[in-house]
Design a protein around this ligand. Sequence first.
Ligand SMILES: *Cc1c(COP(=O)(O)O)cnc(C)c1O
Length: 421
Amino acid sequence: MSYIERNGDELYVEGISCRQLAADYGTPLFAYSRASIEAAWKSFDAALGAALGAGSKSHLICYAMKANSNLAIINMLARLGSGFDIVSGGELQRVRAGGGDMAKVVFSGVGKSRSEMAMALEAGIRCFNIESTAEVEVLAEVAAAHGVVAPVSVRVNPDVDAMTHPYISTGLRDNKFGISVEQAEAAYRCIADKASLKAIGMDCHIGSQLTDISPYRSALQRLLLLCDKLEQQGINLHHLDLGGGQGIRYKDETTLDLNDWAQAMTDEIGTRELEIIVEPGRSIVGNAGVLLTQVNYLKHSDDKNFAVVDAAMNDLIRPALYSAWQDIVPVRQSSTQTRLYDVVGPVCESADFLGKDRQLGLTSGDLLAVLSAGAYAFCMSSNYNSRPRAAEVMVDGTNAYLIREREQIESLFASEKLLPA
Ligand SMILES: *Cc1c(COP(=O)(O)O)cnc(C)c1O
């Protein structure tokens, strides 16, 4: 079932045409399908539920909200019962503002500050995903100062190659993330010695946009060996957090089947009594969004055609940052002669492109849709070139809701100060 598809000549998000959305809210505009996001979350939930069967083991989905942290999305997922994977104090406050349950929050990231730790302890989050032995020491101090016991998991770096883009691969020995299997064992012993820490889990996250089950399986096997070793030393963990990373289809990728993936994971875990936590981000929201943009100029030279649109790298940085490919389609199909275009924005950088060498039939003023723009899109946008950030709308059937107003230019420099005369 596709929630963003063509009906006749027109592209729709659920029951509203993209042309209507652009007319009502302007461009550049991010438009999301509520049904698509909810269906993606539920298919994760169903896959894990089915793989775990009727046994005593439970699972928890902690949506990795860095993929798209709009409050409306947090709130929608919180209502489904989702937990959240956060990476900053700012994200913690977003969970609160979006009505999320703090008892279902896990806190990842290599650089948690003391004040972020304190904020999370006061909020009563489920678990701190620790990424270094230095962090063990600091969290122990902060928790002791608060007179509480911090629940922790150690992020193990299993040294497996997720075979994805180097910038989104996180499970190799030379990445900044996690602790090696060898050092993790020592970290757990160190945690066991601290009265203000309690080890309740183990986690990993090996990379993003993964399309194969095998790196997940290799990672899990290494984690389970360590779990068994810890158990022999009297360290019994309650949960295993498998991270996120499930890929989506941007072009022609064969994505992994969630049911097969969940089955493979539970098969490896076997009879061990561990709750399963997962942290999907991209796979929940990625294909649920489009970026709508208007063609402002067509520019032809001897060997290049450019379509200059009103969205830019400040709105969508994935193409510039990771050489990511996202499909770009006309909002309304036209019979204009097609040419090979580079679709570029107004920002003064050669890296400012949304797509290169795209066969499109364009007239100035046309609307284009950049597909698969629900994840790592708006949330990575910036004000570079003093461009106000785009608006965001959520489509629910035939209703559209503005979930973030287009930024006002005045707000861009409202907190800046002139020097005294
Ligand atoms: C980014 C991240 C995720 C989510 O990754 P996706 O590829 O978007 O599913 C999960 N866990 C951690 C620790 C992350 O940093």
